[in-house]
Design a protein around this ligand. Structure first.
Ligand code: PGA
Length: 227
């Protein structure tokens, strides 16, 4: 399996900024380094179509930062899996700590979202941290566990520059394997070009927020990741 490197742009970037980012990134990244990895972009909902169009002829993959817990229907303001049909979206991030904190998302919401993602043929990337790792695992029907990618997202490490040690990540990987089975396991929290290599030794990939916003910086992250 190729190592996974995810750019999570959160609520940043206008459509033209997102399009320019793709151009700049593709000219700055080492093509060989790019092709050795599974690099996934998570723009906001608004930029999905534009980014999908931009990366059509590239090896970049596309994902969403969130999804409605409901199918298509009368759910004003929600973005359902059906809304994005035809946009070539392969992955959906669910249960990010910012969703849990700012939008009161619960383990139960996350489970419903996972069902929508899987039913639509996409792959859920479910975020966990120690306080809710186990409760989240038991909330998801166990027959779905092998369809997940699990991301360890320690809240204190997100956007703080205060990443956790590789030893700690290994410890959590064992906990994830215990509760979810041997799923693809990734780490997110202040990863940048100087630290990505050490995490990729113990993880299947990384989720990058701050260091993905600038296209040159993210190209440096991908370039310095050893496979
Ligand atoms: P960060 O964000 O790289 O800015 O810490 C990571 C994340 O939200 O997963």
């Amino acid at each position: 399996m190729k190592k996974i490197i995810i750019a999570n742009w959160k609520s940043n970037k206008s459509t033209s900024e997102a399009q320019n980012w793709v151009d700049t990134f593709l000219s700055a990244v080492n093509q060989e380094a790019l092709e050795q990895k599974n690099v996934i972009l998570l723009p906001s909902f608004v930029q999905l179509t534009a980014v999908s169009h931009k990366i059509k002829e590239t090896t970049l993959a596309l994902g969403m930062q969130d999804i409605s817990p409901f199918p298509s229907g009368s759910y004003t303001g929600a973005v359902s899996a059906h809304n994005v049909l035809g946009e070539h979206i392969e992955y959906v991030l669910v249960g990010h700590s910012e969703r849990r904190f700012h939008f009161s998302e619960t383990d139960e919401h996350v489970f419903k979202k996972i069902v929508q993602v899987i039913d639509s043929g996409m792959i859920p990337i479910v975020c966990v941290d120690e306080p809710y790792l186990e409760s989240q695992a038991v909330t998801i029907d166990s027959y779905l566990h092998n369809k997940l990618i699990v991301a360890y997202e320690p809240i204190a490490a997100i956007g703080s520059g205060d990443r956790v040690s590789v030893g700690k990540v290994e410890e959590i990987k064992e906990l994830v394997y215990k509760h979810f089975g041997k799923v693809p396991f990734i780490y997110g929290g202040s990863v940048e070009e100087n630290s990505i290599a050490e995490y990729l030794i113990v993880c299947d990939g990384v989720l990058v927020g701050t260091a993905s916003l600038d296209a040159h910086q993210f190209a440096a992250v991908v370039n310095s990741a050893k496979v």
